[in-house]
Design a protein around this ligand. Sequence first.
Ligand code: FPP
Length: 247
Amino acid sequence: MASERLERIRVSGDVPRHVAVIMDGNGRWARQRGLPRHMGHREGMKAVRETIEGAVEAGIEILTLFAFSTENWNRPEQEVAALMNLLQLYARKELPELRRQGVEVHVLGQIERLDAQTRRAVETIVNGTRGGTELRLNLMVSYGGREELVRAARLLAERVRDGTLAPEDIDEAALAGTLFTAGLPDPDLLIRTSGEYRISNFMLWQLAYTELHITPVLWPDFDREHLFEAVLDYQRRERRFGRVQAP
Ligand code: FPP
């Protein structure tokens, strides 16, 4: 039976096309249970599954998950290794189900910083899900918003140096076109779990007009009903994009 929240989302009809999520609180979830931090991340994988299924059910087109930030490289070596192992495990375990659901996976970020084994796992899941039409899933891995903007500036500068771009032609579209998310609409809704009111260097350019939904739920406890609740919250907002009335 479809959930009551899902019914309400469908009646409203205004489903966000692109939802981004800062998946926070794995460490606290583990600590509350006297478990090592990596157990929190492992449990977080279930929440990833729930969120993907919920997104497909709700008719969301693009789901972007912040899986590993450039700052996360500074965590203890053991935890970084655990997160890389988890990414490999995820790619191996979830591939058939993601395919069945029609999810097309993209991995965005400084992929070159990943170790060879993790890079191979990433390639496997990206190649193995290509052509999925139900949902585009962006896994942001070794991603940082400022780094992405620096990279964009460098790419544009190289084109100017090569004579293929005039400085006066650098506009918002040109910059957006050099980001990892080139060609995608900006997120309509950003969800952050674990009750922190921060952007944490996530999609700094793309979140300019995004609606924010912050929930105290720790990421491993997040399920599709929490996603639906966030969408309903979004549907109650009036988006004005700096104008007086909604466009
Ligand atoms: C933040 O919690 C979460 C992360 C740094 C990693 C996110 C990874 C997952 C949800 C698991 C796997 C997902 C995929 C797609 C393989 P935290 O450790 O900062 O929590 P804390 O703030 O409570 O310490």
